[in-house]
Design a protein around this ligand. Structure first.
Ligand code: CUA
Length: 328
């Protein structure tokens, strides 16, 4: 079995370890609801346990009917009013958090990102910054002086997916022919793991996602680097041959490499392929060996993936992989 890439630093993906404004509000609400439910549970279970022990019928009375009690306005009013108050409290608390998150105005300096769910990877576009990438969402962190939230527009190219990075924000679905919105605002730099949270086909479980939250200067450098087009033909002859293989096969009709004739939009943009930590939406680390295995037959790593095995000879495959490794 293949192992899913998990780096030591970012294995925590609990909603109770929030690092971002919406996730923190949701975690506080979840704790409040759990606490209130725990109190209700303890009181109800305690009363039942007490009644069972205290009012157990003595052996000599067994066989005769216990005393029957018909109605008590006070008791009935109490057990109607108390749950009603609890429900109203839960409703108001939940409504407040939903409102605070959904109605949050977008500040003028917010980063705008469009995320398109696809079987089975994430297309990530920064329309105003001219950046296109996949599976790895880079965002700046906010600090106590400056807020730098990122507002996401969520779309789907095929079926319903759900964007979920537990430490950063709650789930939001990506629905065909519909636009959903959400926002994130991490306060701590780090790489946070997430994954698709709505069954979307055979490789739903391997539709992984990571959010890289970084200091604003670092984020600006990342944007600058991602905006570059790929270098023209690499000087190194094997890589240059690989580029010809890439542009001369159907690779180019599904993938884009900015600065070349390859401008397909069906598969992930490969202009900066090697700047991403994983390939195949998280199935394997971006290493030469795994990349070669992936291009040789993606089904070996991710059964059911829509990218076909290209059936190319080993020599061309080596050239192609050598070229892909230059896309940084
Ligand atoms: Cu996409 Cu599940």
């Amino acid at each position: 079995m293949l192992s899913i890439v998990r780096q030591a630093a970012d294995t925590v993906s609990s909603i109770f370890a929030p690092v971002s404004t919406p996730a923190a509000k949701e975690a506080d609400l979840a704790k409040f609801v759990l606490l209130l439910s725990a109190v209700v549970f303890v009181v109800v279970a305690g009363l039942i346990a007490y009644s069972v022990m205290r009012f157990r019928a003595p052996v000599r009375e067994q066989g005769s009917e216990p005393p029957q009690v018909y109605g008590s306005a006070q008791v009935e009013a109490a057990w109607t009013a108390v749950p009603l108050i609890i429900i109203i409290v839960l409703m108001l608390a939940t409504g407040r958090v939903i409102h605070e998150i959904q109605a949050a105005p977008q500040p003028p300096n917010a980063i705008e990102v469009t995320v398109v769910g696809r079987q089975w990877w994430w297309e990530i576009r920064y329309p105003k910054l001219g950046v296109v990438t996949a599976n790895e969402l880079h965002v700046p962190v906010s600090d106590s002086l400056t807020r730098r939230p990122t507002f996401l527009t969520l779309e789907s190219a095929d079926v319903v997916h759900s964007f979920w990075v537990p430490r950063v924000a709650g789930k939001t679905d990506l629905i065909p022919n519909r636009t959903n919105r959400m926002w994130v605002e991490p306060h701590e730099p780090g790489t946070y793991l997430g994954q698709c949270a709505e069954y979307c086909g055979t490789q739903h479980t391997l539709m992984l996602l990571r959010i890289v939250a970084e200091a604003p200067e670092q984020f600006a450098r990342w944007v600058e680097q991602q905006r570059q087009t790929a270098a023209l033909a690499p000087a190194e002859p094997v890589a240059a041959a690989g580029r010809r293989v890439f542009l001369g096969t159907v690779c180019a009709s599904c993938h884009t490499v900015a600065g070349t004739a390859a401008n397909g939009r069906y598969g992930p943009d490969l202009t900066h392929l090697m700047s991403r930590a994983t390939i195949g939406a998280g199935v394997a680390p971006s290493t030469q060996e795994r990349l070669r295995a992936w291009v040789r037959n993606p089904n070996d790593l991710k059964n059911g993936v829509l990218m076909p095995a290209m059936q190319i000879d080993d020599e061309y495959l080596d050239q192609l992989v050598t070229y892909l490794l230059t896309l940084r």
